[in-house]
Design a protein around this ligand. Structure first.
Ligand code: GAP
Length: 437
């Protein structure tokens, strides 16, 4: 299957099965924003939960935060976003379309109308969304939607450090919405103007920065592999000096082989002491750390793994999508890791028979407190298996006429399609064994 087809098919599947819809679709859409449907909201939540589990729950050195989206405008002055968070923008004089100057093809032709040498001079375009706080729309009421969650962490460094009594190295993790007025949102949920980020700022003694930078590059790559992204579709690419952000002393991108080529999935940056130093300067607050054991005071350096929840969700969808032939028929499978699968098990009565449906409902009700369960009784059993394969459900539980006598069910595994008989009173334990947290 050609790569472009994979993208089209995944976008189509997302729409058809209720993972992702174009935003404001009944009004013709809003081009750069997307809405998550019933299955998509479960999938993205599982991605965020898997991140939180590995970054916070399973570690003793990282704590969580949920900072506000609207922050004092001084934050963006201190962070450098007001001065430098911009992309070079050009217009095509012929068709009037706008492009990022650094995204243009080498041929120099306009990607929209094909005109040659038609671009205006590049000018800097700040990507932050501006709004006004309160009833008066003047310069004094200007505020910004945050373009990254990270600054909410930096301005709370002292609050978190003193309340938790954590000592560097320690981290603060946050998941939340960010907004960027991207010039060219594209590729479905890859680049949008409203998106969710999963960011962690790891505060370390200055001399340990390089070692922790390397540590987080390894850890984050391993996280994607553990959740099923093939290793040969991932790579770590260090930034060239001219690519580095204004705050960075070194950045590597984890790149995924998207259908259109290698693209950034996650950035791991050594932000040095830039952020805490700048916030200390602009706010006048002391953001240094006093190490009692060593009797020294220093500004911690920061290592930041930062990934988009939407971009990670797209990556897991693309990596999981397969089409195969089974007994002469096409089978579409989302081979998602069970931890990410939106529905963990589907309970399927063999037919809509009046004796089977109530048993299926009863079994589903007994499982629901523990797992996300679907019940489907419409259509042939073969077709229902295919419907569950296509949305990534790892296990189907079939209730048949024997169930009424032997109180056992057939469980069918998504990837191997292997079937096995399991006693009803062992069903939950069996599912739990096959569906790790
Ligand atoms: N705090 C650092 C920071 O925000 P970034 O490389 O600009 O760094 C981090 O963003 C991650 O956020 C990216 O690797 C990507 O996964 C995601 N991201 C950034 N811009 C995005 C957009 N417009 N749409 C979707 N995801 C985006």
């Amino acid at each position: 299957m050609a790569n472009v087809d994979v993208m089209d098919r995944v976008v189509n599947l997302c729409k058809r099965r209720g993972f992702v819809f174009p935003s404001s679709e009944i009004y013709g859409g809003f081009r750069s924003t997307w809405d998550y449907g019933p299955l998509g909201v479960l999938l993205k939540r599982n991605v965020k939960d898997a991140w939180w589990r590995s970054m916070v729950q399973l570690r003793g050195d990282i704590v969580g935060l949920d900072a506000a989206i609207l922050m004092a405008p001084k934050v963006w002055e201190a962070s450098g976003h007001l001065a430098t968070f911009s992309d070079p923008l050009v217009d095509c004089r012929n068709c009037k379309e706008r492009f990022r100057a650094d995204d243009l093809p080498e041929s120099g032709a306009c990607p929209n109308c094909g005109a040659k040498s038609s671009f205006t001079e590049a000018r800097q375009f700040n990507l932050m969304f501006k709004t006004h706080v309160g009833p008066v729309e003047d310069e004094a009421s200007v505020a910004y939607l945050r373009p990254e969650t990270a600054q909410g962490i930096f301005v709370n460094f002292a609050n978190v450090q003193t309340t938790t009594r954590k000592r560097p190295p320690f981290g603060i993790a946050q998941i939340g919405k960010s907004f960027r007025n991207e010039i060219t949102p594209h590729n479905f949920i890859f680049r949008t103007r409203e998106f969710e980020q999963m960011e962690m700022e790891y505060f370390v003694p200055p001399e340990e920065a390089q070692q922790w930078y390397e540590h987080w590059c390894r850890e984050r790559l391993a996280w994607f592999v553990d959740l099923g992204v093939p290793e040969d579709q991932l790579r770590l690419r260090p930034h060239e000096p001219e690519e580095l952000s204004h705050y960075s002393a070194g950045t590597s991108d984890i790149e995924f082989l998207f259908p259109w080529g290698w693209g950034e999935l996650e950035g791991i940056a050594n932000r040095s002491d830039y952020d805490l130093t700048r916030h200390a300067e602009v706010s006048g607050e002391d953001l240094s750390y006093y190490d009692q054991d060593a009797d020294r005071r220093y500004i911690p350096h920061v290592i930041e793994p930062a990934v988009g929840a939407d971009r990670a969700t797209l990556t897991f969808l693309l990596a999981a999508y397969r089409e195969e032939e089974v007994r002469g028929e096409k089978r579409t499978v989302l081979a998602l890791d069970p931890r990410l699968a939106p529905i963990k098990a589907a309970v399927l009565p063999l037919s809509r028979n009046e004796k089977l449906v109530p048993v299926a409902e009863e079994v589903a009700a007994s499982l629901r407190p523990h797992l996300v369960i679907d019940v489907d009784s419409a259509g042939s059993i073969g077709r229902r298996y295919r419907r569950q394969d296509e949305i990534g459900t790892p296990i189907c539980v079939t209730i048949d006429f024997d169930t009424l006598d032997d109180r056992a069910v057939t469980i069918r595994e998504r990837d191997s399609m292997a079937q096995e008989r399991v006693a009803l009173d062992k069903l939950l334990t069996t599912l739990r064994e096959r569906l790790p947290a």
